[in-house]
Design a protein around this ligand. Structure first.
Ligand code: FAD
Length: 434
């Protein structure tokens, strides 16, 4: 029997695809450079479907991949010649407003979580982009505009239902399977298929945010001023930055602050000088704001990503970033920089696998284009930042083509032990553990 036959015998009609629109929709992910083709796509509509699919993969000896939001740029969601578990039907979000908590399906996107939470006057620690899968984001960490206020998305998890490599379904939380629970909050999709997550929600604050654009020639000056503000920014202010193409296509320095509370109480923006353009506004909800961010990162482009974590945006580093961006080989390539501080930095480093708990800036080097020169530019930019970089790498944005032994730092050994206990045969190969 073929894999298709085996799976059709175990699933309901219409759940198993080897071609056609559902197959293409699952196999096509955010990064157009991902060309892998799974042998079979299984639409998982329940935990039982996930269990049956995992068991079938094991029996057939085929590689398995898990697809939620499809935003892993390296294409880990698509196992070439293997079985792709499409979790997108598992996108239900049930909010318990009294407990300020939600149960989030393993295939829900950040936008689904925000919509459900904000309908009840609550919000969630999500990333910058709403179309990213929430589980994918949170299992690997989850940088975003609320790092200072709420920490990583992973820091806001309360529990998980997970299908393990043998098809068994278990619950993991602070009191059940604490070793697995530890590993899930930053160790990525390495331990099983998460069918739902318990997520802590927060009373939705008033949010003031938006992009402010400066000439690229001002990057070093603007970043040095931002660095002063970031050094003692309150938890309520997280300042994302970048060097990216502005509305007219020309390269610009970008400052994108997010205040949870009163708008710019310390006159932050005045200290940065006169911008080319500013779209700062107080928004009714983060869901309203995130659509603007989603529009900046549409599906269907070919992308190479590298990351480096830096201690601060000094003028010297600002100059290096500006020169690197100027040297880009494609007009849409650039740099996007997360600001890690506040609540995220106060979590002890061994409380979760996430390896870097000191204040830092995580630089995403975004090489847009499918030419070798775009990849070479991304590599050269990362190399130029090496002398300033903190150790480690961001698990969620790892390439499959770069050495990753140092990703989890001092948490690597413990993470490997948990992997060995729960997935000794390496069924889940999402993020290498070094
Ligand atoms: C445009 C863009 C913006 C981004 N913005 C941010 C950001 O602001 N902050 C940030 O931290 N990261 C960001 N990322 C990175 C993103 O968080 C990771 O790529 C994440 O893994 C994507 O999850 P996904 O479900 O969309 O991806 P998929 O490609 O569907 O899944 C990627 C992998 O995650 C694992 N996974 C996903 N769901 C599950 C599950 N339910 N159970 C077990 N494993 C699972 C699997 O190993 C899977 O192969 C961004 C990526 C892109 C492309």
């Amino acid at each position: 029997m073929t894999a298709e036959d085996v799976l059709r015998a175990r699933m309901s009609a219409g759940q198993v695809h080897t071609s056609g629109p559902q197959y293409e929709s699952a196999a096509t992910v955010w990064n157009a450079a991902v060309v892998a083709r799974p042998a079979v796509v299984v639409e998982c509509r329940s935990t039982a479907d996930v269990q049956a699919s995992v068991r079938a993969c094991r029996e057939l000896g085929l590689p398995l991949s898990v697809r939620s939001g499809g935003h892993d740029w390296a294409g880990r969601a698509v196992a070439d010649g293997g079985i792709l578990l499409d979790l997108r039907p598992l996108n239900r979000v049930a909010v318990d407003a009294g407990r300020r908590a939600a149960v989030v399906g393993g295939g829900a996107r950040a936008n689904d979580v925000l919509a459900a939470a904000e309908a009840r006057g609550l919000t969630a620690a999500v990333g910058t982009i709403g179309t990213v899968g929430f589980a994918g984001l949170a299992l690997g960490g989850g940088y975003g505009p609320f790092l200072g206020k709420y920490g990583l998305a992973a820091d806001n998890l309360l529990g998980a239902e997970i299908v393990l490599a043998d098809g068994e379904v278990v619950l993991a939380n602070a009191s059940r399977l604490p070793d697995l629970w530890w590993a899930l909050r930053g160790g990525g999709g390495n331990f099983g298929v998460v069918t739902s997550l318990g997520v802590r929600l927060h009373a939705a604050p008033r949010i003031t945010t938006g992009p402010v654009w400066y000439p690229a020639s001002d990057t070093a000056r603007v970043f040095a001023a931002v660095a002063e503000i970031q050094t003692d920014a309150p938890d309520e202010l997280t300042v994302q930055t970048g060097v990216l193409a502005g509305a007219d296509g020309s390269l610009c320095a970008l400052v994108w602050p997010t205040w949870c509370g009163p708008a710019d109480p310390d006159g932050f923006l005045a200290r940065l000088g006169t911008p080319l353009a500013s779209q700062i506004e107080t928004v009714p909800s983060y869901a309203a704001e995130i659509a603007r961010r989603d529009a900046m990162f549409p599906d269907g482009r070919s992308v190479t990503i590298r990351t480096r974590s830096l201690p601060a945006l000094t003028a010297e580093i600002g100059s290096v970033l500006a020169s690197a961006a100027e040297a880009r080989t494609s007009p849409l390539s650039g740099l996007s920089i997360h600001h890690f501080h506040g609540a995220a930095s106060r979590v002890p480093v061994t409380d979760t696998p996430f390896p870097l708990r000191e204040d830092h800036l995580m630089v995403e080097v975004l090489g847009l284009g499918d030419g070798n020169d775009d990849r070479a530019w991304a590599d050269a930019t990362a190399a130029a930042l090496d002398r300033y970089a903190l150790p480690g790498a961001y698990a969620n944005l790892l390439g499959t083509d770069v050495p990753s032994a140092e990703v989890f730092g001092r948490n690597s050994g413990r993470l490997r032990d948990v992997k060995h206990r729960y997935d000794p045969d390496g069924v889940f190969r999402a993020i290498p553990l070094g």
